[in-house]
Design a protein around this ligand. Sequence first.
Ligand code: HSE
Length: 433
Amino acid sequence: MAEQPIFVGIIGYGKIGSGTHKTLLDNQESVDRKVGRPVRVKKLVDIDWSSPRPVAIDIPPAMKTANADEVLEDPDIAIVVECIGGTDPALDYVLRALRAGKSLVTSNKELIARHGKELFDTAAQHNVDLMFEGSVGGGIPILRPLKSCLAGNRITRIVGIVNGTTNFILTQMSQQHVEFQEALAEATRLGYAELDPANDVEGFDATFKLAILTSIAFETRVQVDRIYREGITKLGARDMEYASQLGYTIKLLAIGTEIDGALELRVHPTLLPDEHPLATVSGPFNAIFVRGSSVGEVMFYGQGAGTMPTGSAVVGDIIDVARNIRSGATGRVACTCFEGKRILPIEDLETRYYLRLQVADRPGVLAAVAKVFGEEGVSLASVLQMDASGESAEIVWLTHTTKERQMQQSLQRISDLPEVHEISGCIRAEAAE
Ligand code: HSE
């Protein structure tokens, strides 16, 4: 292949940068053939070259630099791969790359979720590609399927397990009967959880991913702060056990639904019926369930994070961009957020609820709680009374579908009842799809 290579610069050489580089090197001949021109990494940028990388690659010293300008200002480099994470300094680098006429590949979900519009506008002005398949679901192909293969559908619902750390923790709690802190410690020991796990366990990571998924699916730019969010830190192993007795599994779900032209967007722990296709997705795996007007239901499953799975998605993007460069077709698939659909307040949500209460163990307590539900129009589906000790008892309720507003009012009144010692958990529950 005598043609001039298409040169790539990778900024950020940690897990994803090195996984991308290794994937490109391992498959170089095949990548070149698929593109029709050689694709070569010219420069690697990192501020710390002394730390060990997750994959061993013998890198020529001349390829390594700590100065991003050596990529951003190199006229030979046509594709910049941003693997730094976060928004500072990634946003500045990415904008400079696009303005310099370079196409961009990133798996940075925070960057795309928070600054997608500015980045798309800049890419369009400069007629270059902006690709970010690895930003949601790691190695799982989901964004390009939504943008291309499913583009002929009207998407009405997306439900995803999009955070591997929390899915691992919840699986541990459920299967090993351990509490949140112990499961988190295990996730940290195995390298699934970051040193500061807040981004994952408080649900922020999942909101970034839901913003990206739903912006594409519902053709509306979804701002992260419009998504209702709850993390998993308040869940207990007992919630897992009770859920299981009721025929449910607890998952952190990212849910987007279009209802009469408006969007319901939420990330929170959810009781999923055991027969739901997402209920069996365990450990660090991710899965995304999509409902389209023509295709019906489809589900995407795989490794949602990690060096090589995310490297796989990033290299897929590099190949697509390189093909576009070869055929002179960069900048053709622009932003598809044509609409401005209204976002529904969480109070309008209609779903089922699981409620765990600590109450006084004496006659009339069940009736007092049931009376509040009755007066607020909340219909009960099941009740379990567990572990009555003579002084206190634990009661678990499952409601039929009700409005969030009515449930919140009921909770307020129930917490004021003298017989109720504590509301230990209130978790939304999904019906089978
Ligand atoms: N921290 C994320 C997760 C991986 O646990 O799924 C990167 O998106």
